[in-house]
Design a binder for this molecule. Structure first.
Ligand code: UD1
Length: 423
């Protein structure tokens, strides 16, 4: 199994181009199931999660060509003219929860879909009740048996309706929005997620002929259309990857120029970085950040967009271990998202966990290298960041988690001058 060996401390300096967004790309590649034809999807990040999505699409009968012109990203040509199956087996779904995104598109295209329930995952139970309740509210019949869920639309088309989400769910908003595009009537989603990835998905669907309005706000209205055309779309840059490298540069007292940066989507993270002493300038889609290495403590609370993203919480904890004072971190989205904390403590961090809140008492450069391991993607990224500033050698084990969401992280870090090897 691969691991990353990091020798610290490091000071990161240089330029990077942000890769395509994993969380935008996942629902978008599944949306290709909704229109018969040949789709072009550019700048798809080369990640283990995208490989899982590809396997899933192949299992439904899609054909996929990938053109990899450079070291990063790929252009996918997805042919969905021969979709034969509407069933997603457990073996594929269990590897990636986002496989559940196939349900909405298959329901829309075939009037029926049968997908394995995803089960729990490292960061909590992560149920799918909101997805299923919303499908029902739009007129679908939902049945569960033997670990599978079957969703059917009477006469092959959802009649339409209204669903008020009891709390914000990104995945459920996306799944149901996809199903609703080919409904017979009007569908209204209230308290819908406002995350940029929801917005991009709606934009792609509209470019295919869907009639979606209100995306980017908490009320999305979808007027059903009869058919969709294939898409030709370029995946926007990944705000979580961008945030991770900005934090890495700040933490190491370095400087970074990020090209193809999703400036608008990074509002809460950029505000927190500025508060913590980083200086940055923005020119169109380029962010230039400089850090003196003096990091001020900044407390954060994760929230749905436009609040501070839960996917950057673990990396923020690593940054705060280098601050000059006490900070707190509150996680409000997932119930079990502090797996990085015991490992950071093993490296010398002073962190107390109290329910969903952390108190981090920091003393700059207090971390020392150690073998560490995490059980989820962003927790693993947090450990790599900590290893960059820690004194001595660290081994970050089980980096298949990192490979799910970061394109060749060690190559990108090395291009910034970090001493990192994949072993
Ligand atoms: C997506 C992102 C993930 C991010 C998360 C929150 C993708 C592929 N993943 O995950 O990186 O951390 O948004 O921004 O885009 N919930 C329920 N019932 C449901 C659905 C969700 O209780 O049916 C709960 C979840 O357990 C969680 C909360 O709602 O506590 C938010 O989850 P959700 O927004 O749905 O996250 P995902 O779409 O799974």
């Amino acid at each position: 199994m691969d691991k990353l060996v990091v020798n610290g401390p490091n000071r990161l300096c240089g330029e990077l181009t942000v890769s395509g967004s994993k969380n935008a790309a996942l629902p978008i590649v599944f949306a290709s199931l909704m229109a018969e034809g040949v789709h072009t999807i550019n700048n798809v990040p080369r990640l283990a999660d995208m490989d899982s999505a590809q396997r899933m699409l192949l299992c439904f009968g899609a054909e996929i060509d990938q053109n990899m012109k450079s070291q990063f990203g790929a252009n996918w040509v997805v042919d969905t003219r021969n979709i034969k199956s509407g069933e997603a087996p457990y073996d594929l779904v269990r590897k990636m929860r986002a496989s559940f995104f196939s349900l909405g598109p298959l329901l829309a295209r075939r009037g029926e879909a049968r997908v394995s329930l995803p089960g729990g995952c490292a960061i909590g139970a992560r149920p799918v009740d909101l997805h299923l309740n919303a499908f029902e509210a739009l007129g679908a019949k939902v049945e569960q048996e033997a670990g599978y869920v079957t969703v059917r639309a009477k006469d092959g088309k959802l009649p339409g309706g209204k669903y008020v989400f009891p709390f914000v769910s990104v995945g459920a908003t996306e799944n149901v929005m996809m199903a609703a595009t080919l409904s017979k009537g009007e569908c209204v989603l209230e308290n819908a997620a406002r995350e940029p990835e929801v917005f991009y998905l709606a934009e792609v669907l509209n470019s295919m002929g869907a009639k979606i309005s209100g995306h980017g706000t908490s009320t999305i209205t979808i007027s059903g259309v009869d058919r969709l055309e294939p898409m030709n779309f370029t995946i926007p840059p990944d705000r979580i990857e961008a945030a991770t490298y900005l934090i890495a540069a700040h933490m190491t007292g370095g400087s970074i120029t990020l090209h193809n940066a999703p400036v608008v989507d990074l509002g809460a993270v950029l505000a927190a970085l500025a508060e913590s002493g980083a200086e940055y300038g923005i020119e169109e889609n380029i962010i230039q950040l400089e850090s003196s290495g003096d990091i001020l403590p900044v407390s954060i609370k994760t929230e749905a967009y436009p609040g501070f993203p839960t996917d950057v919480q673990a990396q923020w904890c690593a940054l705060m271990t280098q601050a000059n004072g006490v900070s707190t971190v509150e996680e409000t989205i997932f119930e079990n998202r502090f797996m990085h904390v015991p490992e950071l403590i093993r490296m010398g961090a002073n962190i107390k966990i109290d329910g969903n809140k952390l108190t981090i008492k920091a003393k700059k450069s207090a971390l020392t290298g150690a073998p560490v391991m995490a059980t989820d993607l962003r927790a693993s990224a947090s450990l790599v960041l900590a290893a960059l500033v820690a004194e001595g050698s660290s081994e970050v084990l089980r980096i298949y988690h990192l490979d799910r969401g970061y394109e060749s992280m060690e190559l990108k870090l090395r291009s910034l001058g970090a001493r990192v090897e994949r072993v």
